[in-house]
Design a protein. Structure first.
Length: 190
């Protein structure tokens, strides 16, 4: 079974919306506007590209990332990596042609089936709504979180507010940086 890893820039109060400057959110671009950049804090982002074998995205994140990531040297390893987009509305005609093989999945059952195939880890970037659904369905195996020392208030959250049983996590890697950023890597305990 493949490992499904969620990776996120997240504020201390759980917001993951528009960290890179995506339009339409009051605090858009919060990751680098308010926190000094320290390269060592982002080492995990390069490691994720090296270790992942596929990428899973929701429709909104796919549409945002597919406009810029294919031509960015920082995301070169992702270009040819197989991508899967979970969407009930996206069509084949909506997919970009310069970002490698992309498959549309319609349901969480299809995500579950993908996890049961052979291959390496599947990484999930962005995709707040998808992450909430994946977590609620018990499909996430690991969280890679870069926690920013910010309180953003309103905004899309990584975790849903669904009333559910406790889900235990095991901290397997962590580090705090001089700029207040914290790396937290958790495995989901089954």
């Amino acid at each position: 079974m493949r490992t499904l890893i969620t990776t996120a820039f997240i504020s201390l109060d759980g917001v993951v919306e528009a960290p890179g400057g995506e339009p339409g959110y009051r605090n858009s671009g919060w990751t680098f506007k308010h926190t000094e950049f320290l390269p060592e804090a982002f080492e995990i982002k390069g490691r994720e590209q090296q270790e992942a074998a596929a990428m899973l995205l929701g429709r909104v994140s796919y549409e945002a990332f597919s406009e810029v990531w294919p031509d960015m040297a920082e995301f070169a390893e992702y270009k040819e990596m197989p991508k899967y987009v979970v969407s009930t509305t996206l069509t084949e005609d909506d997919l970009v042609s310069n970002w490698g093989e992309t498959t549309i999945l319609r349901t969480l059952d299809e995500v579950r089936a993908l996890k049961e195939t052979e291959g390496g880890p599947i990484i999930v970037h962005g995709s707040a709504s998808l992450n909430q659904a994946l977590s609620d369905a018990g499909l996430i195996d690991r969280y890679h979180l870069l926690v920013f020392p910010l309180l953003l208030g309103a905004g899309k959250r990584l975790f849903s507010t669904t009333d559910k049983d406790v889900q235990k996590l095991k901290l397997v890697e962590h580090e705090a940086y001089a700029n207040g950023l914290q790396k937290q890597v958790f495995d989901v305990v089954r």
